[in-house]
Design a binder for this molecule. Structure first.
Ligand code: 5CA
Length: 447
């Protein structure tokens, strides 16, 4: 993409309504624009990152054997009356009447709708296990929408639902989700710690939240410092293997980590040596639940078991805050000049900054780099505007592309361009070919 032809409405002033750094940076970098309280338009740069995150979530869900689909945003109140949640959900649910006076709602989550699909089409234990998921906009009429996309009213969520014959099988689905979530967050450049938590309106007493540590997090967390050293890394886990998934769960959850709802000072003190006790703030980027037969009992979702009798299926639901993740990633990756995208989610792979637009050699070198990067499957953002170098650097630093190629007559006279890391600030002079090879190599690990 050439910046002169892109739509990147960066702001010079720091918007006064934004209280936290990720919100400020998303507005300043022209990623989002508020449409109403807690509701945002996703401008091209923000939309690109949102898509990258969504793609990682899809890849990892499909890798775990979960099946993508799409349910609507608007639901009928009838199903929610069946489950008993129409009254329970309270004012967070946006209730709508259609022209015939029928009660509808903008879905805050989809347990009812998916259970209805299941009971209409699945009849036998032979069709289990089954995990269906979608990535769809949700609406929760939060009392205090704030912090930009972190606590929106309209937000994008991946929500998945498992259907299993019994508790053991459903717990395997739970463990599989935990593994796939650890992989997903690491690909986004985040360490998200799974913590025992509280079920809330979804229900169920077995649940883990995934928290990214950040000062601006809304949850208070208590943990054993050793948990932050755990890395999922490049290991391959067989998702069909009960012991393999169980082993990952145990490794990542055996060290103490709790959110405030279930924090018990006595247990924390007994389990964790004093030097390793930590408390901090965390951003909840996902949550997994096992809730047994709560919805299948209420809505009659049963299958015929091996002995010919009907039994309600065991279920769980599993959510990732796709739009919230942009805020969480920025909270964990920024400096005073702007965002620093992890390679896995960056909107463009590399910036090309032409120090002397209009100079025939510099223009030709930039065009050459641009084409070579595209040919290697990478997406560059070429700042081809007739601006000062300082302004071009400031824009690229603000929008946070992890790598910058700087091209100018002085370097070209020596046959080199400069490759700069946004994170470390270190620069290297390389021939254009070597710079392209380097970038291709860096991103080979992030496809
Ligand atoms: N049905 C279950 C799991 S699919 C569910 O709704 N879980 S949840 O309530 O925990 O939401 C899943 C994730 O969505 C949360 O972990 C959080 O990352 C994200 N989320 C929840 N509320 C908001 C909000 N108001 N704004 C942005 N993201 C949100």
């Amino acid at each position: 993409m050439r910046l002169s032809r892109y739509f990147l409405p960066v702001l010079k002033e720091t918007p006064s309504e934004a209280q936290i750094v990720s919100h400020r940076l998303m507005l300043r970098a022209g990623m989002i624009k508020q449409a109403a309280a807690g509701i945002y338009s996703w401008l091209p740069l923000g939309f690109k990152v949102l898509n990258r995150i969504e793609q990682i979530v899809h890849d990892e869900q499909i890798r775990a054997g979960h099946i993508p689909m799409l349910m609507p945003t608007i639901q009928s109140a009838d199903l929610w009356r069946e489950s008993g949640r129409y009254d329970d959900y309270g004012e967070e649910m946006l209730r709508i009447k259609d022209r015939h006076g029928r009660d509808m709602l903008f879905g805050p989550t989809n347990e009812e709708l998916i259970t209805d699909i299941f009971r209409a089409h699945v009849n036998s234990y032979k069709d289990l296990p089954l995990t269906l998921y979608h990535i769809q906009w949700k609406f929760r009429d939060e009392v205090r929408p704030r912090f930009g996309v972190m606590r929106g009213r309209e937000f994008l969520m991946k929500d998945g639902y498992n259907f299993d014959i019994d508790k053991d099988a459903a717990l395997h689905a739970y463990n599989r989700h935990l593994v796939s979530y650890l992989r997903s967050y690491e690909r986004m450049g985040l360490q998200a710690i799974p913590m025992r938590a509280d079920g809330g309106p979804i229900g169920g007493d077995y649940t883990h939240e995934f928290l990214v540590l950040a000062e601006t997090g809304e949850s208070e967390v208590f943990y054993d410092s050793e948990i932050t050293d755990l890395k999922f890394g490049a290991r391959e886990v067989d998702y069909d293997s009960v012991p393999a998934c169980q082993a990952v769960l145990e490794e990542f959850t055996s060290r103490y980590a709790r959110t405030d709802e279930t924090h018990d000072e006595g247990v924390f003190t007994a389990q964790v040596p004093e030097t390793r006790r930590r408390s901090a703030r965390g951003i909840e980027v996902g949550q997994i639940f096992y809730f047994g037969t709560k919805y299948s009992d209420a809505m009659g979702a049963t299958v015929v078991g091996p002995d010919g009798t009907r039994t309600p299926v065991h279920m769980g639901s599993h959510g990732i805050g796709v739009s919230r993740l942009l805020g969480a990633i920025i909270e964990a990756n920024h400096d005073d000049r702007g965002i620093i995208w992890p390679e896995g989610v960056t909107p463009f792979h590399a910036a090309i900054v032409n120090l002397k637009q209009g100079d025939a050699d510099a223009d030709a070198a930039c065009e050459g780099l641009y084409k070579a990067l595209v040919a290697r499957g990478l997406e560059p953002l070429y700042d081809d505007r007739p601006e000062r170098a300082g302004a071009k650097f400031a824009t690229m630093d603000l929008i946070g592309l992890p790598w910058r190629l700087t091209v100018g007559p002085r370097g070209l006279a020596k046959g080199v361009v400069e490759l700069t890391s946004r994170r470390t600030g270190t620069s290297e002079e390389l021939t254009p070919e070597a710079a392209i090879d380097r970038l291709a190599q860096i991103y080979a690990e992030h496809v």
